[in-house]
Design a protein around this ligand. Structure first.
Ligand code: URA
Length: 236
């Protein structure tokens, strides 16, 4: 791959900017000065240094975000801020996108990546990837709701959901629950509660497959997945 393309992809500037950096002697490959952007290098093997800083090239990035409310799970939107708008330029250059959608008012775990194959696998209905949500429900959630969810409920459009595992954490006029589902229908959690006559007033995703929301992440913050987390996802 051309060295100027690699550096531009990594966010060191436009091809033109990178050309200038190369010309001014800012880049070495395996210790040798490289001034010609057309020079081919293997980003996985060759040791590229720009302004004394080692370059880490990779094809894919995997980010875990604690999505805040008010932000759209999309790459662009004409009206609202998107989760990609919250990323640093050094990550945006990889052209990542959110894996699936959380509603505008839902918080929590969102995987953002440019690995289309992985995204497809995680979203495929055939794979039954479990997703766990914490929710606050207006009204008293009871054992009969647990049983109804275990059997599957009928949504407003007639769709029969697959079984969901409902755990009541606190029951009262407001109830705290955790719900694990293996599907991703539009507004699924909210509509499952509507099916039993209750309203979700707060929703947060806490896990997706083997990925668990990092509690250290404040709302709107994100971090790269660890190698171990990537391995867990890819090896599933
Ligand atoms: N279910 C919902 O209703 N909303 C979400 O954002 C995710 C799951």
């Amino acid at each position: 791959m051309r060295v100027d393309k690699i550096l531009a992809n990594l966010g060191y500037g436009s091809r033109k900017d990178v050309k200038k950096i190369l010309k001014s002697g800012g880049v070495t490959v395996n210790g040798e000065l490289v001034k010609d952007g057309k020079q081919h290098v293997d980003p996985n093997k060759d040791h590229i240094v720009i302004h004394g800083e080692e370059v880490h090239y990779r094809e894919f990035i995997y980010l875990m975000m604690n999505k805040p409310q008010g932000v759209i799970s999309a790459t662009e939107d004409t009206r609202d801020e998107t989760v990609v708008d919250l990323l640093e330029p050094e990550h945006i250059v990889f052209e990542p996108f959110p894996v699936g959608r959380l509603d505008k008012d839902t918080e929590g775990l969102l995987l953002i990546t440019n690995d289309g194959q992985l995204a497809h696998q995680l979203l495929s209905p055939k794979k039954h990837v479990p997703k766990t949500y914490f929710a606050v429900i207006a009204g008293e959630v009871t054992e009969s709701d647990v049983e109804a969810f275990r059997r599957g409920v009928t949504l407003d459009d007639g769709y029969e959901t697959k079984p969901g595992e409902l755990v009541i954490l606190k029951s009262g006029i407001r109830s705290d629950i955790e719900l694990t589902i293996t599907e991703g229908k539009f507004h699924q959690v909210k509509r499952m509660f509507e099916a039993v006559g209750k309203k979700v007033v707060y929703l947060q995703r806490i896990s997706m497959g083997p990925l668990v929301l990092d509690e250290e992440l404040e709302l709107g913050e994100y971090r790269e997945l660890t190698e171990e987390e990537v391995k867990l996802l890819v090896d599933r």
